[in-house]
Design a protein around this ligand. Structure first.
Ligand SMILES: Cc1cc2nc3c(=O)[nH]c(=O)nc-3n(C[C@H](O)[C@H](O)[C@H](O)COP(=O)(O)OP(=O)(O)OC[C@H]3O[C@@H](n4cnc5c(N)ncnc54)[C@H](O)[C@@H]3O)c2cc1C
Length: 502
């Protein structure tokens, strides 16, 4: 006979500790189940919870936020993964659909820098400053600049989608590769679009930024997501992490619920914030859709992924703020979108995080270098080659960064890299796509409820509905669709009930 403690230890060794039930106390049925806590999923859940529906939000990771995420490292470093910049429209969307505290924490980034073999400049990245630069520095006539801005601003979803971004530029700035670089480089970074994509995907996103410039969230992604979590709870949303949805159940009348951690939970509507292709092909299963729809889904192209290098400086080492907030840097002589995706990196976007990024935290300077990347370049490497490639990415980035932050190797306290494999691992996004799908994804996403009653998708699609603002706005649009369905059903029930009594 051993002591009670050693008996207990033996018991744990034999059976292991009881696994924690992350669904403890969950109800058997909700009005709405939201799969995934990316910005679109959380926003849809918040709007529906606030409208009085019972909402269950299920997230497979141990953290909320999806791509809107952060991680901590020893020494007080907190790295933001996708907080680099978003348009002014975030303030309005956050005030309406989240809280004033969130909206009031959105601040402008004033120093946007470009440095490449064609030009070097600093701008506030809005229409006035771009007009000045295009006229004075690039010698474009004010008439052409004005006409370009008006055309971009007037673009909408119903426009002719055959015009490509490349053709749009050629129409206004024929033969001007330098101008195209200035206009296009940040948007390629912001949503992975290319010169071959429909011009509206460029025009809408570019005009959003040009209205007032580039904005960020004061306090960092961790503060934002915590404020969102509190708002969700205040609105009665039941939030569960480590809740992996493996199937969406469909019956003759439409969606019935989801299978999560092996348990069936009923729902009148399901909003999937998971990747569009995996929602249709894996979670629901193609047998439940029309054949044409399945083909259309298969044909949806994914957007590219990213690599990042995260660098934390030593305590009390601060970068001069004139270095910029965002720096679009390239060593390539020419601007070509395929070069921006190539493994031999020539373009990097640096985000500089000064102590003001997290006024509540330890004063720290951090730098994140981001480059668009292809999953295929990283997927089949052996573990050894993968680690070597990551190290190479770190070394070449530090070599390059040294021109902007001298002696960076001596000044850094922490450095590490992420790849398309990292993004796939944490968010389950097919091929680690940073911005969901290409443009054709939008039509598939929007027509899901026509295929299966009560089934919706809200998440980065079609370039327009991606990024922080696009994802939040798409969450609102889909929440309104769900509200329409559920309130129509409620009216029908009330009508039928009052008919019975009459
Ligand atoms: C490196 C990088 C930099 C970026 N920079 C910017 C930027 O500067 N500005 C900007 O506006 N945007 C940026 N973005 C893009 C932006 O972060 C995304 O477009 C946006 O956050 C995506 O939100 P979403 O709602 O589509 O969902 P996602 O963030 O993709 O979240 C989906 C969620 O669903 C969960 N999930 C998936 N499957 C399941 C399942 N079966 N069960 C339960 N949960 C599931 C995932 O775990 C995840 O939490 C960047 C992205 C990356 C990767």
């Amino acid at each position: 006979m051993g002591s009670p403690l050693s008996n207990r230890r033996r018991l744990l060794q034999n059976n292991g500790p009881m696994p924690r039930d992350f669904l403890l106390g969950v109800k058997p049925q909700y009005d709405v189940v939201v799969i995934g806590s990316g910005l679109a999923g959380m926003t849809a859940a918040n709007v529906l919870g606030r409208a009085g529906y019972s909402v269950l939000l299920l997230e497979q990771h141990y953290k909320l936020g999806g791509m809107a995420t952060w991680f901590k490292r020893p020494g007080g470093h907190i790295f933001d993964v996708s907080l680099h910049g978003f348009p002014y429209g975030m303030i309005k969307s956050c005030r309406r659909y989240w809280t004033s505290e969130i909206a009031d924490s959105i601040v402008q980034l004033r120093n946007i820098r470009f440095d490449n073999p064609m030009f070097s400049l600093t701008t506030t990245y809005n229409r006035d400053d771009f007009t000045r630069l295009l006229v004075e520095k690039f010698q474009i006539s004010p008439g052409a600049v004005g006409a370009f801005f008006e055309t971009a601003r007037g673009m909408n979803f119903y426009d002719d989608q055959r015009l490509t971004t490349g053709e749009l530029f050629e129409r206004f700035f024929p033969g001007r590769e330098d101008v195209v670089r200035l206009l296009m480089e940040p948007i390629v970074y912001a949503n992975g679009s290319t010169l071959e994509d429909p011009a509206i995907t460029y025009g809408i996103v570019f005009s959003n930024f040009m209205s007032k410039g580039v904005f960020t969230f004061s306090g960092g992604t961790d503060r934002l997501v915590e404020l969102m979590r509190k708002a969700l709870i205040a609105n009665g949303v039941d939030i569960r992490i480590k809740a992996d949805v493996t199937a969406i159940e469909v019956g003759r009348e439409g969606v019935r619920g989801v299978v999560v951690n092996g348990r069936l939970i009923g729902a009148r509507a399901v909003v999937s914030n998971a990747n569009l292709r995996s929602t249709v092909l894996r979670l629901v299963g193609e047998q439940h859709f029309d054949r044409d729809f399945v083909e259309q889904t298969r044909a949806v192209r994914l957007n590219n992924s990213s690599t990042q290098v995260y660098i934390g400086l030593k305590d009390n080492d601060f970068v001069e703020e004139s270095t910029g907030d965002l720096l679009f840097s390239s060593t390539a002589d020419h601007f070509r979108t395929d070069l921006l995706l190539s493994r031999s990196v020539t373009s990097r976007t640096y985000s500089f995080y000064y102590p003001r990024t997290r006024p509540q935290g330890r004063p720290r300077c951090l730098i994140v270098s981001s480059t668009n990347a292809q999953f295929s370049d990283w997927m089949n490497l052996s573990e050894q080659d993968y680690q070597a490639s990551k190290q190479d990415l770190i070394e070449t980035t530090l070599d390059h960064l040294d021109r902007y932050v001298p002696d960076i190797r001596q000044r850094l306290d922490h450095v590490e890299a992420s790849t398309p494999r990292t993004f796939q691992h944490y968010t389950c996004h097919v091929e680690g796509a940073s911005f969901g799908t290409k443009f054709e994804g939008l039509a598939v996403s929007r027509s899901l409820p026509e295929q299966i009653r009560g089934l919706y998708h809200a998440g980065s699609v079609g370039i327009i509905m991606s990024g922080w603002l696009g994802a939040i706005n798409y969450g609102v649009i889909v929440a309104n669709d769900v509200d329409g369905l559920l309130s129509r059903a409620a009216i029908a029930t009330t009508g039928a009930a009052s008919g019975e009594h009459a």
